[in-house]
Design a protein around this ligand. Structure first.
Ligand SMILES: [Zn+2]
Length: 237
């Protein structure tokens, strides 16, 4: 009976691996395995991460944003594949657990702050993806011995713009990211975003938080691209 129901369900909503297109599987083993590599540091390839005049933030990611991994992220972010929420939460959890040893030396409770999602994106998806990832990263940090709390401290306001030069967009984005909760001066912050392209979004988030007295010690993303041309999309949702 269950087999019949699955067959009916497939006929109505065909399922395929978002990485390689293999049919009748939500996510095949070989595409899933791309996300089981140890986290690595992506900031050397994030061209705009240091625009605000300080050393580039440490940015840990789980996979390069190419090939099947890119397809999986795209299906999850913009293809309505809400069935992948748990998969990417697991990736974020493992990332948190792996970086905990690097942060535990801070000796302080850390604020885990998601990058701001556009309200329209959250409505369309039915879930705030950076916030969901931040919660999973925090669970991983706690499993790794850290004290932390998730704080949705950032929002996107007016000022963000598309078009214009990369630096114009970056300036606009920097104006657009607002801190929406009372700062906890000196409390270290770990940023969380889904993908890291140029690093401009993370740089704008870090600038906003540090302008309010919250030191940003690093960032976690699911995936990152390599160095991109200077006029590439800055990556804000
Ligand atoms: Zn696959």
């Amino acid at each position: 009976m269950a087999r019949v129901l699955r067959a009916v369900a497939r006929a109505v909503v065909p399922v395929a691996c978002p990485g390689c297109g293999r049919e009748d599987v939500r996510c095949c083993d070989s595409c899933a395995a791309l996300w089981w590599e140890p986290v690595w540091r992506a900031e050397p390839d994030a061209a705009r991460l240091d625009v605000h005049g300080r050393a580039a933030l440490p940015v840990w990611v789980a996979a390069p944003l190419v090939g099947p991994a890119h397809g999986m992220v795209a299906a999850w972010k913009d293809g309505g594949r809400r069935d992948l929420d748990g998969f990417f939460a697991d990736v974020a959890y493992r990332a948190g657990a792996q970086i905990a040893p690097h942060l535990v030396e801070l000796g302080r409770k850390v604020r885990v702050v998601p990058a701001p999602a556009r309200a329209a994106s959250t409505r369309r998806r039915g879930v705030n993806l950076p916030l969901a990832l931040a919660r999973a990263v925090a669970e991983g940090l706690i499993a790794g011995g850290m004290q932390c709390e998730v704080v949705s401290a950032l929002a996107i306001g007016a000022g963000e713009q598309r078009g214009g030069s990369a630096i114009d967009r970056w300036r606009g984005m920097r104006r657009a990211v607002r801190v929406t909760v009372a700062p906890d001066p000196g409390r270290p912050v770990l940023l969380v975003d889904d993908v890291v392209t140029t690093g401009a979004t993370l740089a704008a988030c870090a600038a906003a938080l540090e302008g309010r007295g919250s030191p940003v010690v690093g960032a976690v993303g699911l995936a990152a691209v390599g160095r991109v041309a200077g006029d590439a999309d800055p990556g804000l949702r």
